[in-house]
Design a protein around this ligand. Structure first.
Ligand code: SF4
Length: 369
């Protein structure tokens, strides 16, 4: 049995020798996988002290030159009103009106080189000049020159998701370029001093359990400081608009697996978890997540940035702080970027990784009983 199979489908036997196996001896219909999640939570607590990083996100442009089948911001969606925000207004918003809990800012956009040039670069320079905020960028596949300019401007952390680790499946879902190009971009970014995050979507059309395993295997091999997993949510006006949502149990099991496999990773709870399951966001923290994101995108344009779908759940300050408290966690005193600089410099990660490896091995051997 893979840990990525929903707890509601516990008919299949455990597969001997599968490192994906999990301790499910007492699992029944409608139960989850508590021992896996508990172990992941304990590892998170050991490494991060039950602290959750909080960042703010601004979605600066909904223009996109790509055409991913799973995303409503794809270029063929002519029903979408496109926007680009102004750098000076965003700087004012972030510098003077961000919630106190925020230590890092995440600047996101569709794949839009115009926004990179005219909005993101001046905004990053201004934030670096006037604040101590860690700066995360999620802008898609750009040129090496653009990555270098963003790094020189002050970017710390780049999010480059692969979504699936199977090259054919990657082509099937219409993701940008090729999987090999995406992986190469991650290697380039890490080589240039970026802290890099990647991630996958669970429940994509055409995805098999083998794809999920293959994707997690690949992610574990990449030079990452963080990783995310999101349940698939069908976007309107996309080829996958009628497809069912991804399974929250599989998604949360991936969170737990990531934490056990890579204890030092920054792993976010994402709003799609709450979209597919009322308590999915809180449960992500209980499965080892350690990053939350408050949406700071101006209300006037939020509906025109339809990640997942137009009526997505907006994680505002109140919802995020409530979820963190509900999971028994506290706000991190240090920012995510600052933590990554300090932690990777001291070697604390490797010692914690050894402890996590022992926990993972214990879970593995428990499965074989
Ligand atoms: S997933 Fe990203 S690159 Fe693909 S269409 Fe959406 S915004 Fe563009």
């Amino acid at each position: 049995m893979s840990p990525f199979v929903s707890s509601r489908r516990y008919e299949a036997p455990v597969i001997p020798g599968q490192p994906w196996s999990i301790p499910v001896r007492a699992a029944t219909l409608d139960t989850t996988l508590p021992s896996l999640h508990e172990q992941a939570r304990a590892v998170r607590d050991e490494v991060f002290g039950r602290r959750v990083f909080v960042r703010g996100v601004v979605e600066v442009s909904s223009h996109c030159r790509e055409n991913c089948h799973y995303c409503a911001m794809r270029r063929d969606n002519h029903a979408l009103t496109r926007y680009r925000l102004a750098a000076d207004e965003l700087a004012e918003l972030i510098i003077h009106h961000r919630p106190a809990a925020i230590t890092d800012i995440d600047i996101q956009a569709g794949e839009d080189p115009v926004a990179v040039r005219e909005v993101v670069l001046p905004l990053v320079r201004e934030l670096r000049r006037r604040t101590q905020l860690g700066i995360t960028l999620c802008l898609g596949t750009l040129s090496p020159r653009e990555y270098d300019q963003l790094r020189a401007a002050g970017g710390d952390y780049y999010v480059m998701k692969i979504e699936t680790g199977d090259a054919d499946h990657y082509q099937l879902i219409g993701a940008p370029g090729t999987l090999a190009e995406r992986v190469a971009a991650i290697g380039y970014l890490a080589g240039q001093g970026w802290k890099v995050s990647s991630g996958l979507i669970v429940g994509l059309p055409g995805q098999t359990q083998a794809h999920v395993k293959q994707t997690l295997d690949l992610l574990a091999e990449l030079p990452l400081a963080g990783c995310s997993v999101s349940p698939f949510v069908a976007g309107g006006q996309t080829p996958y608009g009628a497809a069912p949502n991804g399974d929250i149990e599989q998604t949360l099991n991936c969170v737990a697996w990531m934490r056990l496999r890579a204890p030092h990773w920054i792993i976010p709870a994402v709003s799609a978890m709450r979209l597919v399951s009322e308590d999915g966001y809180v449960r992500a923290f209980n499965a080892g997540a350690n990053l939350a994101t408050i949406n700071l995108t101006p209300r006037a344009v939020r509906a025109d940035y339809p990640i997942y779908k137009r009526d997505r759940i907006i994680m505002d300050e109140e919802r995020v702080l409530s979820a963190i408290a509900g999971a028994g966690c506290k706000l991190s005193r240090v920012g995510m970027a600052e933590h990554l600089k300090n932690t990777l410099a001291t070697g604390r990660v490797s010692r914690s990784s050894e402890a996590a490896s022992r926990a993972f091995e214990a879970a593995h051997s428990d499965t074989r009983l």
